[in-house]
Design a protein around this ligand. Structure first.
Ligand SMILES: [Zn+2]
Length: 227
């Protein structure tokens, strides 16, 4: 999970990206964004906004392996289906089914179920800025509710993890590899780690292809007070 810092207002061209000639809003675009090139601009905008990480499972995403996801599903509120604040980019079901993951990808895992209101809510910032109040990760990168949450909050966090199947072994292993490799590069003590990442921050930020760039921006930067 990451906090997605949405703009205060929708991007200037947002409405145009979602308008299909002749002047129809594209409610039912689904995954067919190839036939609607402007939707790819919207998707690209969302991917950049999320530092190229899936909004739910945090795998790296690109224009080709991501789709636009309705936080509040279309089935529940059609009007929100093109609302900037209701849309995020997530990893997409692969064409060839993986025998282990099957259909498991974030654009299809939960179907049209509503997510717990605590974490995602419609027509507002997509995510709560204090996500780290709710989630913790073991060293195995299994996502779990934080200690000492009240029962209602804990239930919602557990429901969220389960609805999106965030601890599926494939996703968990990938997370462990990507995140932990980045973090473990630094020395052992917290102070050493902070010094290391502060020193590397600008260099990695400017290196668009750096393997840990997204993780530095999303996870490590906020921890060391850099973004
Ligand atoms: Zn995902």
């Amino acid at each position: 999970m990451q906090y997605i810092k949405k703009q205060n207002t929708e991007p200037a061209d947002w409405n145009n990206w979602f308008t299909v000639p002749p002047n129809r809003r594209s409610y039912d675009y689904g995954a067919d964004d190839r036939s609607l090139p402007d939707l790819r601009l919207a998707k690209s905008f969302l991917i950049n906004e999320q530092h190229s990480l899936c909004a739910y499972c945090q795998q790296k995403i690109t224009l080709e392996n991501a789709s636009i996801e309705h936080v509040t599903p279309k089935e529940h509120n059609k009007e929100l289906s093109t609302n900037y604040f209701n849309l995020v980019a997530v990893c997409k079901k692969q064409q060839v089914l993986d025998p282990l993951t099957g259909n498991l990808h974030c654009d299809s895992t939960r179907g049209s179920e509503l997510l717990p209101p605590l974490i995602f809510y419609s027509n507002a910032q997509s995510t709560d800025q204090n996500l780290n109040k709710y989630f913790s990760a073991y060293s195995t990168r299994e996502v779990v509710p934080k200690h000492r949450l009240d029962m209602n909050t804990k239930n919602q966090v557990e429901a969220f993890i389960s609805q999106l199947n965030l601890n599926h072994s494939i996703i968990k292993n990938k997370r462990a590899k990507d995140v932990l490799t980045g973090i473990s590069i630094a020395a052992n003590s917290v102070a050493d780690k902070q010094r290391y990442w502060r020193a590397q921050y600008t260099r990695i930020l400017l290196d668009l292809g750096h393997p840990f760039r997204e993780y530095l921006l999303v996870y490590i930067g906020p921890k060391i007070g850099l973004n």
